[in-house]
Design a protein around this ligand. Structure first.
Ligand code: AMX
Length: 435
């Protein structure tokens, strides 16, 4: 049976040929004009990056290597007795574009378990963080520190040839993903006083081990939730802050630990990954203000008061999507199956019926529909993981899958240093007004 690295070694020359052919045939074709507004407007819609793992359609949502979330749920291997895809299989798909066999997925689980230990100094680093330091800051510190043992950084300093970059980058990416449960588990237990992190079990899959380091492995539905959670949070094409940051920093040949540490710092922002924490805080605040069984009218007033206070409604809107996020829908399906009567789930449903109408009436947001973050916190809370400021760490563990897959390909295809052109307002005025 072929390993992921062996399969990659076969695919890389084919992909190099394909990229060469695409560039030869289409390299001088235009995607359309670049508007001055796009320079000021956060580059929305500007075609600027190659990202192979996934592409986001504004109406349909994400496809991982051409497959929808539902197709991934059907096609990817599962754990014994489970019905959600194993993230190991999703990683294989992101990297190769192919659906792996059950044996290949099992081998990845074992490989990651074998790589899972973190250096003692990283454990100490985390133990020394004050519990008041946000879990995402701790997470980013620890991931950055893993660069101490980077295979790529070492190979580069020893003069490795450009053609060989992808091999050590692959090793670093595998190490990175493998070590995240131990880092996440240690942060969780340190911050919330939950005792020692148990050892990784090499006979179990990645999500079971992640659940176990957090102290939730006995709840098999929670383990299933994590399998789904990692799968849907893994990748969302290349332009979002965490994905693009990882690619950008990686383009300087910073190793995958440095690159993904930077991704995490972007994910920690409230307009990006931190929104899943913000959603729960917002819902709780609403409940404390208007009570648990508030009428639609009162909820509506509360939504308006958020907007009038100059704040965003967390979990709603998106820079690319223009319909309900299928990642939201996948979590809703999970909730309907496992926790249909949960009061917080019902509140999320009630909010879903109200917020889009208010945002449409307010007339600013281009997309009034919910994104992935509108739902995730409710599911985690249901199983007892109610420490909201930890939620983005789980998003970060998942996002490593997508960023790592692209870092491997970027180095395999010799992606150059990123260096877009910037202009000053004075220069633009001069360019178009002549003064
Ligand atoms: N509540 C209130 N106002 C909103 C809004 C929301 N949920 N979504 C967008 N708007 C506002 C914007 O703030 C902007 O206002 P401005 O003109 O005064 O600056 C205006 O509508 C136009 O914004 P847009 O073009 O529709 O969105 P964008 O591409 O600039 O930003 C996003 C996208 C996600 C940052 C925005 O919708 C938002 O702030 N949502 C709430 C936070 C959130 O849920 N983030 C998570 C996104 C998913 C993820 O990355 N995990």
């Amino acid at each position: 049976q072929q390993t992921l690295k062996e399969r990659l070694a076969e695919l890389i020359p084919q992909e190099l040929e394909q990229v060469k052919a695409v560039r030869a045939e289409h390299g001088k074709k235009s995607f359309g004009p670049v508007l001055v507004d796009q320079l000021y407007g956060g580059m929305r819609g500007l075609p600027a990056l190659i990202w192979d793992g996934s592409v986001l359609d504004a109406d349909e949502g994400i496809r991982f290597r051409g497959k929808t979330i539902t197709e991934c749920q059907e096609l990817l291997p599962k754990a014994p007795g489970g019905s959600e895809p194993l993230p190991e299989g999703l990683f294989w798909l992101l990297v190769t574009g192919e659906i792996p066999t059950q044996e290949q997925v099992d081998a990845l689980s074992k490989d990651w378990a074998a790589r899972a230990a973190i250096p003692e100094f990283v454990e100490e680093l985390l133990d020394r963080c004050p519990p008041t330091l946000h879990p995402m800051s701790q997470f980013s510190l620890a991931v950055t520190a893993l660069n101490h043992d980077s295979t790529f950084a070492k190979a580069y300093s020893q003069g490795i040839s450009k053609k060989e970059y992808w091999g050590p980058v692959f090793e670093d990416c595998m190490d990175l993903i493998a070590k995240l449960p131990n880092i996440a588990g240690r942060i969780y237990r340190n911050v919330y006083g939950q005792g020692k992190v148990p050892a990784i079990d090499a006979t179990k899959d990645y999500s079971w081990n992640l659940a176990n380091v957090l102290g939730f492995a006995e709840k098999s539905d929670f383990v299933e939730l994590l399998r789904l959670y990692i799968t849907i949070h893994s990748d969302h094409e290349g332009g979002n802050v965490s994905a693009h940051t990882g690619k950008l920093v990686g383009s300087a040949l910073s190793d995958p630990f440095l690159a993904f540490g930077a991704s995490l710092n972007g994910l920690a922002g409230p307009l990006h990954g931190l929104a899943n924490q913000e959603v729960l805080l917002w819902l709780r605040k609403m409940q404390s203000k208007i009570g648990v069984d508030a009428s639609d009218e009162t909820v509506k007033e509360y939504v308006w008061s958020t907007l009038k206070g100059g704040q965003v409604v967390p979990g709603y809107g998106h820079a690319v999507l223009r319909k309900t996020d299928p990642r939201y829908s996948a979590q809703r399906e999970f909730a309907l199956k496992h926790l249909p009567e949960d009061p917080l789930f019902k509140l999320v449903g009630q909010v879903y019926n109200i917020v889009p109408g208010v945002l449409l009436e307010a007339g600013k947001a281009k997309n009034p529909w919910p994104n992935v973050d509108a739902h995730s916190g409710v599911l985690l809370t249901y199983y007892g993981l109610d420490q909201m400021n930890f939620y983005t760490v789980l998003f970060g563990v998942s996002r490593a899958f997508g960023v790592a897959a692209q870092l491997i390909w970027d180095r395999a295809l010799g992606a150059p240093l990123e260096r877009p052109k910037s202009y000053s307002t004075a220069h633009i005025k001069k360019m178009f007004d002549g003064k």
